[in-house]
Design a protein around this ligand. Structure first.
Ligand SMILES: Cc1cc2nc3c(=O)[nH]c(=O)nc-3n(C[C@H](O)[C@H](O)[C@H](O)COP(=O)(O)OP(=O)(O)OC[C@H]3O[C@@H](n4cnc5c(N)ncnc54)[C@H](O)[C@@H]3O)c2cc1C
Length: 355
């Protein structure tokens, strides 16, 4: 089949990767300058794969997609060039003594929704010290053993490289999407099937029929810092009454510290307030970060629908996917696999081996 994809973010690249491997002809369009241009939200993401912790704001389908996707990443990542980082050593929820009330309420919320094996396991401070010796300060800790992390800045290029035989059309925004066609630069391109994976770009400029009018952007601000000598093996979240702050270890002594969640589509640089709050909170659990150097501060918009849940809309020769909100990397493998099956396109279940 000849398949057209609008958008080369997380979803677009994973769809291309799966479909090319299954022997289909794929053409993608994206307004970005090239495969390394960092416009898509996918570039900014921390890469946490945390189905249990995300139950705070997600439903059981997202949870299950998250679990399935971690298994899928464990097959996909080794098949990609450059050995991108992927680990599943679990994650930690932490809280300072004074914030215990808010933290317990959140843990309760996860416990009520999660199946028993995936509920947060309380950790004594001594066990926390054995697991993560550089963490100091929090008096409450819980372990989520089935969670993991990937590095989106390695996966974005790796997915592109491994689906390079697709026809990638950069600098080409899609103007209109319909059943079996994409309009680009005023010209209609006809396909056997079309996937609309434009994220925030799915919002129609003029005609509501041409896109998803419900999609909105949720501002997120994030830091990349480098701190040689600081040890952290797995992602940690600090449960705080006003914000959730996470630290995710990356290769070569780098750490991602994020992220604000603001109902705004403002893409301007990171604010002073977010800088102070995020970095101070991170330092309060990992004091070794005091001498970290700030490598990058970045803002991007998470594509979200009204209920903050993801959606696959299927019609003849057209599939729209959107609303991956704060868990795009966490659920994209399962979502893309399901979308391809629903579209009736032949491919193996994981997309790893070709059909
Ligand atoms: C600060 C922050 C932290 C995050 N942390 C995590 C995390 O730890 N774990 C996690 O799982 N998720 C995380 N996310 C969420 C994740 O990044 C998103 O859910 C995911 O990127 C959504 O994927 P997408 O493909 O739908 O959209 P995007 O990745 O935004 O891609 C959309 C693509 O469509 C293109 N496009 C736009 N308009 C058009 C057009 N007219 N024609 C063609 N193409 C178009 C864009 O250029 C872009 O390439 C985070 C997000 C942010 C902002």
């Amino acid at each position: 089949m000849h398949i057209g994809i609008a958008g080369a973010g997380v979803l677009g690249r994973l769809l291309a990767w799966r479909l090319v491997r299954a022997g289909h002809r794929v053409t993608l369009f994206d307004p970005a300058d090239g495969p390394l241009s960092r416009g898509a939200a996918g570039w900014t993401a921390a890469g946490m794969l945390s189905p249990s912790a995300e139950l705070e704001c997600a439903d059981l389908q997202v949870f299950q997609d998250g679990l399935d996707s971690i298994d899928m990443w464990s097959e996909i990542v080794p098949a990609l060039p450059g050995a991108p980082d992927f680990d599943r050593r679990g994650s930690l929820l932490l809280a300072h003594r004074g914030d215990g009330g808010a933290a317990r309420r959140l843990v309760d919320q996860i416990e009520r929704k999660a199946p028993e094996a995936h509920r947060p396991r309380p950790l004594a401070v001594t066990s926390l010290g054995e697991l993560e010796p550089d963490i100091h300060g929090p008096s409450l800790a819980w372990f989520l053993p089935h969670e993991g992390a990937i590095d989106p800045t390695q996966l974005m290029p790796a997915l592109y490289e491994s689906a390079k035989t697709a026809d990638w059309r950069w600098n080409q925004p899609v103007q209109d999407v319909g059943e079996g066609f994409l309009t680009v630069g005023g010209r209609r391109h006809v396909f056997d099937h079309v996937f609309d994976a434009r994220g925030l770009g799915q919002r129609p400029a003029k005609s509501p029929a041409a896109g998803c009018s419900d999609v909105r952007g949720v501002r997120g601000e994030i830091f990349l810092v480098r701190a040689p000598g600081v040890r952290l093996a797995r992602p940690v979240r600090l449960l705080h009454p006003r914000h959730r702050v996470y630290i995710v270890p990356r290769r070569d002594h780098h750490f991602v510290i994020g992220a604000s969640e603001i109902e705004s589509e403002d893409r301007s640089p990171v604010s002073l307030r977010s800088t102070v709050e995020l970095l101070a909170a991170a330092h309060s659990v990992l004091p070794g970060l005091a001498e970290a150097r700030i490598v990058r501060a970045e803002t991007n918009l998470r594509p979200a629908l009204r209920d903050n849940l993801p959606l696959i809309e299927q019609s003849a020769r057209l599939t729209r996917i959107n609303g991956l909100f704060r868990h795009g990397w966490m659920i994209a493998p399962a979502m893309t696999a399901r979308a391809i099956v629903q579209a009736g396109i032949l491919v193996s279940s994981s997309g790893v081996s070709s059909a």
